[in-house]
Design a protein around this ligand. Structure first.
Ligand code: UDP
Ligand code: MG
Length: 312
């Protein structure tokens, strides 16, 4: 059995077109399947439309969140509630072509545990956002031990083993891309061309994307915490060198009083570095605080056709 997991946030206009392509693609394989839709606190009539879909076809199931918890939480909920032998998270905005699913399933049958879809090019995106994405992958690769394939979104097929491994991960901050890579297993990518969003706009603006990227880094690397030791050592090295220079100068030429600029510059520079360091420690501390609180990742308001999962 296959489970398809669809996070949905204000996708009312996309739903009909999405299911019109998804269901035939799944039917064509002649295997049983379920489609778990997670409504992530939509403010349009997505829920009503999804309920109608569920009534017409009980294979379309629905989880309704009590508010917007974010896409990562929605995908986590889908993974926790899916009962299939393979699970496929996919976006509802038709940027991920459902017609690729049979191809993914074929790769899975060949013995791969994770089959991810690799974007060929980013259509409908400006140069700026492409540069941002590149910069993020570059920094992530440099800082983290996890090898995260580039240009890969959440559209992928996960074997039951992998889903169980992910469900067993207790962390609250879910950076799915990173988690998918972290669990390992035999992975393979197949290329696809990402289409433009059918209706509506992406809900990830610059601020949200930056926070997302930073969260991802903090979740998968402690480099930002540790690098200050090295920076501190380098700055101290320079300081020591400068102290020697000043001492010799003072001994040879006596004391020259002017020096106001250099003192201010050095103080401001070091003050700035210390604030950045504090901010970064604060970020990790906030993360620890969130984990310690141990709140649930999401709250489900309504279930249609989805049993409560046994664990958690
Ligand atoms: N989404 C969600 N919760 C959110 C934001 C987005 O469930 O808070 C869903 C959205 O409905 C879509 C998918 O996540 O199915 C991807 O969202 P979007 O297209 O806005 O992101 P992008 O494709 O730009 O990364
Ligand atoms: Mg999208």
């Amino acid at each position: 059995m296959l489970s398809v997991v669809v996070p949905i946030y204000n996708e009312s206009l996309n739903l009909d077109g999405f299911f019109a392509r998804l269901i035939p693609a799944l039917d064509s394989m002649g295997e049983p399947f379920e489609v778990i839709c997670i409504d992530d606190g939509s403010r349009d009539d997505s829920v009503a439309r999804l309920k109608a879909k569920n009534e017409a076809d009980p294979r379309i199931k629905l989880l309704v969140f009590s508010r917007n918890f974010g896409k990562e939480a929605a995908v986590s909920a889908g993974l926790a509630n899916a009962i299939g032998d393979a699970v496929i998270p996919i976006d509802a905005d038709l940027q991920h072509p459902p017609e690729m699913i049979p191809e993914m399933v074929a790769k899975w049958r060949e013995g791969y545990d994770v089959v991810y879809a690799v974007r060929r090019e980013r259509t409908g995106q400006g140069l700026l956002s492409r540069l941002q994405a590149r910069a993020f992958y570059w920094v992530f690769e440099k800082l983290s031990e996890v090898k995260m394939p580039r240009e890969v979104g959440d559209f992928r097929l996960l074997d039951r083993k992998v889903v169980d491994a992910i469900n067993a991960m207790p962390e609250r901050t879910r950076f799915m891309k990173g988690i998918f890579a972290w669990v390992g297993f035999r992975q393979v990518g197949i290329p696809y061309t990402q289409e433009e969003r059918q209706f509506g706009e992406t809900s990830f603006n610059l601020v949200r994307l930056l926070r997302f990227a930073f969260d991802g880094l903090v979740a998968f690397s402690d480099m930002p915490l540790r690098m200050w030791t090295v920076i501190g050592a380098v700055v101290s090295g320079f300081a020591f060198f400068y102290i020697v220079v000043r001492l010799i100068r003072t001994l040879l030429y006596g004391i020259d009083v002017p020096g106001y600029e250099s003192i201010i510059v050095i103080m401001l520079f070091l003050g700035g570095i210390q604030l950045i360091t504090l901010g970064i420690i604060g970020h990790y501390l906030g993360r620890v605080f969130n984990e310690v609180k141990g709140r649930p990742l999401y709250i489900v308001r309504e279930r249609l056709g989805v049993e409560k999962p046994k664990q958690s």
